[in-house]
Design a protein around this ligand. Structure first.
Ligand code: ADP
Ligand code: ADP
Ligand code: ZN
Length: 214
């Protein structure tokens, strides 16, 4: 199954993707995670991307498109994948369409996670991520058992640089401007599955799997 998780920053894409990986046995492809790994490793890509990420701006399309195109051709993508945080612009969506066509593949579903803006701000402000394994926590909504430590691997949890309030506002505006148009684009293609993204994490997962028939 090839699917896209679409939704604003903080909607729960990463959280739900982790459960979907288990259920569907296909990889999560998170462009945000790929970029953060490149920044951490200090690669030329990471150095380029960081200036945009720190400002809450999008990394230029040509960089992201090349990255994803290469990733989709790896063997673990043969049975499908979950795209998390890509595509984020109409140009990226068009490039994805062309890449899929060249691979004789097509998308099965685009899940649109819908969460009110006030909730997004609260979620992002309290988000903590494990530096080691990427597990996601929230200081109020899903805290780790020991403050600052990951339940899964014991690694340190941290607050992303771009999760500070000023940058969050900017990212939400960028989403509304550049990414939200993808909703009607995929709706027109008959691929859109709208899923309310508020409530218990397990309940939202159930809504998603029902929408996918999985
Ligand atoms: P969130 O889901 O909280 O918005 P991500 O981890 O998906 O965060 O993305 C973090 C940052 O990485 C974005 O603000 C942007 O700078 C960059 N980024 C991630 N994916 C893309 C993409 N598809 N196109 C452009 N920039 C991206
Ligand atoms: P995204 O990948 O869309 O940016 P995340 O999955 O990182 O979003 O979730 C953002 C924050 O909200 C995290 O701290 C996560 O623990 C928390 N979160 C995820 N789902 C829910 C939910 N249903 N209710 C409350 N908080 C949630
Ligand atoms: Zn961990």
């Amino acid at each position: 199954m090839r699917l896209i998780l679409l939704g604003p920053p903080g909607a729960g894409k990463g959280t739900q993707a982790k459960f979907l990986v288990e259920r569907l046995q296909i990889p999560q492809i998170s462009t945000g995670d790929m970029l953060r790994a490149a920044v951490k490793d200090g690669t030329p890509l990471g150095r380029d991307a960081k200036q945009y990420m720190d400002r809450g701006a999008l990394v230029p399309d040509e960089i992201i498109i090349g990255l994803v195109r290469e990733r989709l051709q790896r063997p673990d993508c043969a049975r499908g994948y979950i795209l998390d945080g890509f595509p984020r612009t109409v140009t990226q969506a068009e490039a994805l369409g062309k890449t899929l066509e060249a691979l004789h593949a097509s998308l099965d579903h685009v899940v649109s996670l819908e969460v009110p803006t006030e909730d997004l701000v609260l979620r992002i402000a309290g988000r903590r991520t494990c530096r080691n394994c990427g597990a996601m926590y929230h200081v109020r909504f899903s805290p780790s058992q020991t403050d600052g430590r990951c339940d899964a691997c014991g690694g340190p949890t941290y607050q992303r640089e771009d999760d500070r309030e000023e940058t969050v506002r900017r990212r939400l505006a960028v989403y509304a401007d550049q990414t939200a148009p993808l909703i009607s684009l995929y709706e027109a293609q008959g691929l859109l599955r709208r899923v309310p993204g508020t409530g218990e994490i397990g309940e939202i997962f159930h809504r998603i799997t029902t929408a996918l028939g999985a």
